[in-house]
Design a protein around this ligand. Structure first.
Ligand code: FDA
Length: 584
């Protein structure tokens, strides 16, 4: 007999675990979360928060979304991605990033009701944790997960109370390993991985210092410092990252992974900060320093029976593109509604198979992209003449030569401009953030092939209602004239059917089928004098079905199925589709 019982046990209070807990509690599912430490993230690792991640927070409630914006640095202060020899020294170039280029900004605004922002992990985790606990999650801190055993009916986990040193057991129907890059859950579940850990070494130096005079005129999250000797390993050069404008900073500095990790003491941290800022007199208030490794690894299966892994437990990669926490929270959005419907008896456990089917391709994509982005600094080094060799004088001469009035220098300047512009694949990579399309039994197509991407799929989001894709965002208006995103009409733990004038039979069918299956399918008719009006014609432009057709949307905003027109027997069609998705 276990000491404690719950429906879902979550290991880890990082972005993945707290998001899962917040979503499960919002869906009314009993859950317990444990963390071996007494509190949440103590350093602001993740920070770039993308639109898709914000859509998950918005789904948790406008209060949650608004609180995130309240603590975040706004998009307008994120965008001048600077390359320089030091903050006080010469600027080598810059590019508009994170959706701040006017063309990119338009794409962002058209794609989502939410906007990108910079929310350090030290704010994101407490927000999600608070949301979870106030909605019902039981949290046990200073509690270390040790092992699990699973059987046909559930999972028994052994944990240690680190305050008393006593071990105890928790019995759960499902176990979620959101326990980070050294996941014990993944290891004990024997889940398979592709790739390698420890492909580079980096150190974080967190400090306070007012650097306004160097940065306020070119507001950015990231200042890349390229100077002879900075290319040690890890992410390849010095990075000065804004944590709070403009007096709290995180320096990321590489070390040679072939050597033991350095001990970063106050003297070393101050030296590194002085070198990268370019001010030999700079005084810093050192908050913390630690080392970490660059990884290139992902799970090719994220489920073993009743045990799931998510977040860094499943995909381990460098911070490039800012995808880690964002993807972790989206893993949670994918799994939580499925667990909820299975726990409540609304879906068969086979629905849970779609989690790994849908998220492994995302894990592969983001790990590959993040590691590729590191390599794409190469052309910048090359253009500056910083590639190869440790002859610092020679590197300095190469860098100086780009200022000459010679054809070679002109070519060098062009190469540098192009190399910096190419970094949009890291710093303005909207497609990777927004184009996640799923292929599994939980997205039912009627033989329609996946639509091609009209532009580069990594850089540009392509809206579609093709089953498996995220529902496109369009503004529609209620009868009082207030605007709502199509995403606001859906989600919050329920399936939603969207139709138009002439599609009322779908509404009746959804109610009847929902009653028969014991699930609540929300319905909305969009059209003149209906629940919502499409005054701008945005929805009509994007929906890819006729007025009398329908789009059935899953609780995680992804399209489950669509019908171009009314069809002969809407109730039979919806029954077939929902049974297929729910495995019933
Ligand atoms: P995470 O590692 O955050 O949490 C794991 C949890 O499990 C912790 O609570 C831990 O204590 C707990 N745990 C582990 N083992 C346990 C055990 N045995 N028992 C109990 N508890 C246990 N991402 C992003 O989206 N945007 C960004 O801009 C950046 N930037 C960035 C910069 C830097 C310098 C780094 C190092 C990383 C980033 N990231 C990022 C990545 C991001 O920090 C990372 O992907 C997420 O923290 C992963 O969240 P998880 O919840 O999966 O794991």
């Amino acid at each position: 007999m276990a000491d404690i019982t719950t429906d879902v046990l979550i290991i880890g209070t990082g972005p993945a675990g707290t998001a899962t807990a917040a979503l499960l509690s919002s869906y009314g599912v009993d859950n317990l979360i444990v963390n071996r430490y007494r509190w949440l993230a103590n350093t602001p690792r993740a920070h770039i928060t993308n639109q898709r991640c914000m859509e998950v927070l918005r789904d948790l409630g406008r209060d949650v979304e608004d609180e995130a914006y309240m603590f975040a640095t706004g998009q307008d202060l994120m965008g001048e991605n600077v390359f320089c020899v030091s903050l006080a020294g010469e600027e080598l170039g810059r590019m508009k990033s994170w959706g701040t280029h006017p063309m990119s900004r338009a794409e962002h605004q058209l794609s989502s009701p939410c906007h990108m922002n910079d929310l350090p992990q030290t704010f994101m985790e407490p927000l999600l944790f608070k949301t979870a606990c106030t909605r019902g999650t039981q949290a046990r801190m200073s509690t270390e997960f040790l092992s699990f055993a699973q059987d046909d009916d559930g999972v028994t986990a052994t944990c240690r109370d680190r305050l008393t040193g006593k071990d105890f057991t928790i019995r759960a129907r499902y176990l979620v390993g959101a326990d980070g890059a050294n996941s014990l859950v993944a290891q004990q579940a024997g889940l398979p991985f592709e790739g390698r850990m420890g492909v580079g070494g980096s150190m974080n130096i967190l400090f306070r210092a007012d650097l306004s005079r160097h940065v306020a005129h070119r507001p950015s999250v990231l200042y890349w410092v390229m100077q002879p000797g900075a290319d040690v390993g890890g992410i390849g050069m010095g990075l000065v990252r804004m944590v709070r404008p403009w007096n709290e900073w995180l320096i990321v500095w590489g070390y040679d992974i072939g050597q033991p990790a350095p001990v970063v003491d106050a003297a070393m941290a101050t030296n590194v900060a002085r070198q990268l800022v370019g001010d030999p007199e700079l005084e810093i208030e050192l908050l913390s320093a630690n080392t970490w490794t660059v990884n290139n690894m992902f799970a090719t299966n994220m489920q073993e029976g009743r045990v799931f892994i998510m977040g860094d437990a499943a995909h381990r990669h460098p911070p490039s593109n800012g995808l880690g926490s964002n993807t972790s929270i989206q893993d949670a959005f994918n799994l939580a509604w499925k667990l909820a419907m299975v726990v409540k008896g609304e879906a068969s456990p086979t629905l849970l198979d779609s989690y790994s089917e849908e998220r492994v391709p995302v894990a592969r994509q983001i790990v590959t992209r993040a590691n590729k982005s590191i390599g794409e600094f190469g052309p910048i080094f090359e253009a500056l003449g910083m590639d190869g060799g440790v002859d610092h004088d020679k590197i300095q001469r190469n860098m100086d030569q780009r200022c000459d009035a010679t054809p070679a220098a002109e070519r060098q300047r062009e190469a540098l401009r192009k190399a910096i512009a190419f970094k949009k694949y890291e710093f303005d990579c909207h497609g990777v953030e927004m184009n996640q399309r799923y292929a599994s039994g939980a997205a039912v197509t009627v033989g329609e092939p996946e639509p091609a991407y009209p532009q580069d799929a990594e850089l540009h989001y392509a809206p579609t209602t093709w089953p498996g894709a995220r529902l496109p965002h369009a503004w529609v208006y209620d009868r009082a004239g207030a605007r709502h995103s199509t995403l606001d009409l859906t989600g919050r733990g329920r399936f939603t059917l969207l139709t138009g004038i002439g599609g009322e039979a779908w509404v009746a069918a959804a109610e009847a089928v929902g009653d028969a299956l014991g699930i609540n399918v929300r319905t909305h008719v969009i059209g003149p004098r209906r629940d919502y009006e499409d005054h701008g014609g945005e929805w009509a432009e994007l929906r890819e079905v006729t007025d009398a057709g329908c789009v059935l949307v899953r609780p995680d905003h992804h399209v489950a199925w669509r019908s171009a027109g009314l069809g002969a027997d809407p109730a039979a069609e919806l029954t077939r589709v929902l049974r297929a998705v729910l495995g019933r």
